[in-house]
Design a protein around this ligand. Structure first.
Ligand code: SF4
Ligand code: SF4
Length: 469
């Protein structure tokens, strides 16, 4: 079996008991599955157990252990010559939301999110086709500019339930979901081409992801405002001239289109390499995008080439917290008097330990009292919650803790969520507007709200937040 991802990191991973029963096929991919020793800690029923699909169903068939065991059986030939097309593996993987909870909390660090990507890629390869919905969702970076121009059509879908239902039947996108409204003008279409900020300020690189660029340019602008206010000299990462904006490749990878994800990652690596060589911090906003540089880029085969980039890649909150610890942060934040904030962490922020930084940076805003919501995955998980067959379970995941907590909060309480899809789930499930940390810091700098040239959703965010925001 030829794998599409690079699993060589598992060649020598944890040799010992875990390898007592290596699958017959799959090589290092099989080893990565065999890392699960089946002690079923992921099937404990108490609150807080890692896997959201098990938490919500309480069914071992939707646990990490079962997924790993099914994958091992598939690689042992128990489901026939084309196991990736069979119902067993598809059913086992169906509710995995790729949250990386297992990578963080399983005692052996089983990375089911990555194992699932390879399983999907093998499925497309064995079937010889990728379904239309998955192709559309994967190609979001290419479609996003059109979504901005076709906002009227998306709004029409929201007003005409029949149209939403027709689209659900044709595409498998839930009629019960709102769809993200693209911005009229992307951030990168008018962002500075050359470095901006204090001439002798510390140089940093801002890597603007597809979601911030096309759907919430106000968030990218807020991050730029914050970095400039702190005195940094900011380079905005761009591809070689004439190419479309950079994209980390997340949407392709999540949908099992490994080659396309690799092509996106290659452009990112080429654009960032010169900065990484100079040791400049590379700052990102969307957790699932930026953290790909530190994680999946290795599995995409960039190896050593990505090592320097991975070292330099930081979420905005990680960068600011580090600067604060190093006594280099000079951000003139003003109080937001009496303001309470509820913070929902993106799964990948939690998996990579970024919530501490989030708390630290929010603590720099005078008067802001923050509470971290004890929640697992919000349930949207990229495009998972958009898929019609997953809508119910997606909402159940949100209802476990996040959505009830938000409904209890008064309207003056800020809702802070750094994940685009988390904000989408919050909007759909609790009718609240979540803000990225960058927007809160921008408000605390006394910056005016962004001009109304963004999408509808951006405007709403600004309106609902307290006066300073
Ligand atoms: S996934 Fe981790 S916690 Fe669950 S059975 Fe396997 S080793 Fe144990
Ligand atoms: S990635 Fe998340 S949903 Fe998937 S098996 Fe791991 S903990 Fe469960």
């Amino acid at each position: 079996m030829e794998t599409q991802l690079d699993w060589s990191a598992y060649d020598s991973y944890g040799a010992g008991d875990a390898y007592a029963a290596l699958p017959a096929e799959g090589g290092a991919y099989g080893k990565a599955a065999a890392v699960c020793i089946g002690n079923r800690q992921c099937q404990r029923s108490e609150k807080g157990v890692m896997c959201p699909s098990f938490r919500v169903t309480q069914d071992t068939a939707h646990s990490t252990q079962h997924r790993a065991a099914t994958l091992k059986a598939a690689l042992n030939g128990e489901y026939g010559p084309k196991p990736f097309l069979g119902p067993e593996l598809q059913a086992a993987m169906d509710l995995c939301v790729s949250c990386k909870g297992c990578k963080r909390e399983c005692p052996n660090g089983v990375d089911m999110a990555l194992l699932r990507v390879e399983a999907l890629a093998q499925r497309w390869s064995q079937s010889g086709r990728v379904p239309l919905r998955e192709r559309l969702l994967a190609n979001l970076p290419r479609l996003a500019p059109w979504l901005g121009r076709l906002g009227w059509l998306l709004r029409l879908r929201e007003r005409l339930p029949l149209l939403a239902r027709l689209l659900e039947r044709g595409l498998g996108i839930s009629a019960q979901r709102s769809l993200p409204q693209g911005a009229k003008r992307s951030f990168l279409s008018h962002a500075p081409q050359q470095a901006v900020g204090t001439e002798d300020g510390r140089e940093v690189v801002l890597l603007v992801d597809t979601f911030s660029n096309h759907f919430e340019p106000a968030t990218a602008q807020a991050a730029l405002d914050v970095l400039l206010a702190a005195g940094y000299r900011v380079h905005i990462a761009r591809p070689a001239s004439g190419q479309r904006p950079l994209c980390c490749g997340r949407t392709y990878l999540s949908n099992g289109l490994v080659e396309q994800a690799r092509a996106e990652a290659k452009r990112v690596v080429e654009a960032l390499e010169p900065y990484a060589e100079r040791g400049l911090p590379i700052i990102g906003l969307e957790p699932s995008c930026l953290l790909m540089l530190r994680d999946e880029y290795y599995a995409l085969g960039f190896g050593e080439q990505t090592a320097k980039i991975a070292k330099s890649a930081l979420l905005l909150e990680e960068f600011l917290a580090k600067e604060h610890d190093g006594k280099r942060l000079n951000l003139p934040l003003q109080p937001l008097p009496g303001v309470q904030a509820l913070v929902h962490g993106h799964c990948h922020q939690k998996a990579f330990g970024a919530m501490k930084a989030m708390r630290k940076v929010l603590g720099l805003v005078p008067g802001l009292q923050t509470e971290l919501i004890e929640s697992s995955c919000c349930g949207m998980a990229g495009s998972f919650g958009l898929e019609s067959e997953h809508y119910d379970v997606s909402m159940q995941m949100g209802e476990l803790a996040l959505l009830p907590k938000l409904r209890e909060a008064d309207l003056q309480t800020l809702v802070i969520a750094n994940g685009t899809s988390c904000r989408h789930q919050i909007r759909d499930g609790a009718q609240r507007e979540g803000l990225h940390l960058a927007r809160v810091l921008q408000a605390a700098l006394g910056k005016p709200a962004p001009a109304d040239e963004t999408s509808e959703s951006d405007s709403v965010e600004v309106k609902e937040a307290p006066a300073e925001v």
